[in-house]
Design a binder for this molecule. Structure first.
Ligand SMILES: CC(C)(COP(=O)(O)OP(=O)(O)OC[C@H]1O[C@@H](n2cnc3c(N)ncnc32)[C@H](O)[C@@H]1OP(=O)(O)O)[C@@H](O)C(=O)NCCC(=O)NCCS
Length: 158
């Protein structure tokens, strides 16, 4: 096996992300969600001092990301995505674990997020990390024939 193949097969490396990641985040977001956020939207978020973001990459290829907004001692996870070819290998779990540690380090004592009730992988990801349901919004995510429910989840830190 040549060195290039060895490198690209390695587990993605996790790191803090910044405004320079806006273009790759927008591309992965668009591939992962019905309505993608633009590069400008990501750039604004990633420039915000109250937004914390991490990426997982192999070389220059983005494989996943997570970002949250902090407000006082609470944080909201705004988005998490892993590229389709990398799913079900624990990458979102690695990103979330690192991200929760970083949020705690920034003073967050509680973390909230909204998840589609139909999103089995995301619900398992959060359940495994002790997020619990604290609210729900019926017919929140648009679907042909009727919207699906959003679950509001919370996890205390510290
Ligand atoms: C949700 C998402 C981030 C999970 O990423 P991932 O790297 O595949 O997740 P992990 O491999 O860490 O797995 C997390 C859990 O989901 C489970 N899972 C992964 N893919 C699954 C699937 N297709 N169906 C059911 N469960 C699945 C895993 O088994 C794991 O649960 P476990 O720990 O109980 O075994 C990814 O599917 C994604 O990017 N989806 C599109 C964007 C999205 O929905 N983001 C979340 C919005 S809240």
């Amino acid at each position: 096996m040549n060195l290039f193949r060895l490198f690209t097969r390695a587990a993605p490396q996790l790191a803090a992300a910044g405004p320079g990641d806006a273009a790759s985040f927008a591309k992965l977001h668009a591939a992962s969600f019905g309505r993608g956020w633009t590069e400008d939207e990501f750039e604004r978020l990633l420039l915000d001092r109250n937004v914390l973001a991490h990426r997982a990459s192999t070389g220059r290829d983005l494989k996943g990301f997570i970002l949250s907004r902090l407000a006082a001692d609470e944080a909201e996870i705004l988005s998490v995505a892993v590229s389709a070819s990398q799913r079900s290998r624990g990458l979102a779990g690695r990103l979330l674990d690192l991200h929760l540690r970083a949020l705690a380090g920034r003073g967050a004592r509680a973390v909230f997020l909204e998840v589609d009730d139909d999103n089995v992988a995301a619900r398992r990801l959060y359940a495994r990390r002790h997020f619990r349901e604290v609210g729900r919004r019926e017919a929140y995510y648009p679907r042909p024939g009727g919207g699906s429910r959003a679950l509001l989840l919370r996890r205390d830190l510290g």
